[in-house]
Design a protein around this ligand. Structure first.
Ligand code: TXA
Ligand code: MG
Length: 322
């Protein structure tokens, strides 16, 4: 990416504008994290409720002290091990952190992204960049610059194009502000890897426990109803829908394709990393008015699929029969 593009983007941020940029997880919609008016523009562009706090992106961990008071040892350890990389830490915020950013909470989320374009932008800008995923509220996160434009159009002043995101799903979020470290959102960096560094188990909130602000049951969702079904009943479910006059689109990772023109068949990578990388682009392909229902073949049990399973559960229309 040419230097002057990065410089232009940094100048837009300094002037209080919005710049979408690639990270290794998904594209972010960035604004100067120290400027409350700029931060408010993020909420307006996304249509996001004001009480959903934003993550602040930093060039490196040395900037932590500006945003956080009493940095716990666990944060140093996790930062040293995983930053730059796809993990966000929730910590007690410093006095100067704008309320607009944190939804008036006493904590702030921080991450040092590993993508070279994100890093160049953070270095050129010189301070924290607040950035949620660059999608309209509740929708699928963008993993290409084209997705960002499709989501936000003229609502964003500039989009830095860094190609497709490598990881494809959002960062792991660990809350270190309470008595015990808590996993708020699973991601590429697994709970087991984090526990190994911390030397203690993570609290993993169950589906029924109180959610963190901004953690909704339905999120990352296509507009077409999506249902996850086991590979064993994929074909019969698709034919049942056809019998009801519906056009199903199927996302399979293992099941052999059903050669039937009435079924739109999409094959996902069979390994977890590739599946995650392509998940949101696949959901966008599946989310078209020509299809009535999206059927996703259930992914395997097991820890390494946790983050993908979490995103699919949030994309699902309902857990009820259909
Ligand atoms: O990979 C990522 O994390 C991407 C890239 C752009 O960095 N960002 C991202 O941001 O996914 P966003 O805003 O779409 O999701 C961040 C989540 C939200 O659910 C928000 O509620 C939660 O993090 N969060 C942020 N600050 C928090 C805080 N202080 N306490 C609890 N949850 C927080
Ligand atoms: Mg998001």
């Amino acid at each position: 990416m040419p230097n002057n593009e990065i410089e232009n983007a940094a100048a837009i941020l300094r002037a209080g504008g919005l710049v979408a940029f690639p990270t290794e997880t998904v594209y972010g919609l960035g604004a100067d994290a120290s400027n409350p008016d700029a931060v408010k523009k993020i909420f307006a562009a996304k249509g996001r409720p004001q009480n959903h706090p934003l993550i602040v992106h930093l060039a490196d961990a040395s900037h932590l002290a500006h945003w956080v008071r009493d940095i716990p040892m666990a944060a140093h350890r996790l930062g040293e091990r995983f930053w730059p990389g796809p993990i966000t830490l929730i910590l007690h915020r410093a006095e100067n952190v704008p309320d607009a950013l944190t939804g008036n909470q006493d904590t702030v989320g921080l991450r040092v992204p590993g993508h070279p374009v994100a890093h160049a932008l953070l270095q050129a800008f010189g301070s924290g960049i607040a950035a949620p995923s660059a999608n309209r509220f509740g929708r699928i996160s963008p993993t290409t610059a084209e997705h960002v434009r499709a989501e936000l159009g003229e609502r964003v002043d500039m989009v830095l194009d860094g190609g497709s995101c490598d990881i494809g799903i959002e960062s792991t979020i660990v809350d270190l502000s309470g008595n015990r470290p808590t996993l708020l959102r699973p991601g590429k960096i697994s709970a087991a890897e984090i526990e190994e560094v911390l030397g203690e188990p993570l609290v993993r909130p169950g589906p029924s426990s109180a959610r963190a602000p901004g953690m909704l049951a339905v999120h990352y969702a296509p507009q077409t109803p999506l249902h996850a079904v086991s590979g064993k009943v994929l074909a019969e479910t698709a034919y049942r829908l056809i019998a009801q006059g519906k056009r199903p689109a199927v996302l399979a990772y293992h099941h052999a394709p059903i050669a039937d023109a009435r079924i739109a068949w999409f094959a996902a990578p069979s390994q977890e990393a590739g599946y995650a990388r392509e998940l949101y682009a696949n959901l966008r392909r599946l989310d078209q008015p020509i299809y009535d229902v999206i059927l996703v073949e259930q992914v395997p049990p097991g820890e390494e699929w946790n983050a993908v399973r979490d995103r699919l559960a949030k994309a699902a229309a309902s857990k009820e029969d259909f």
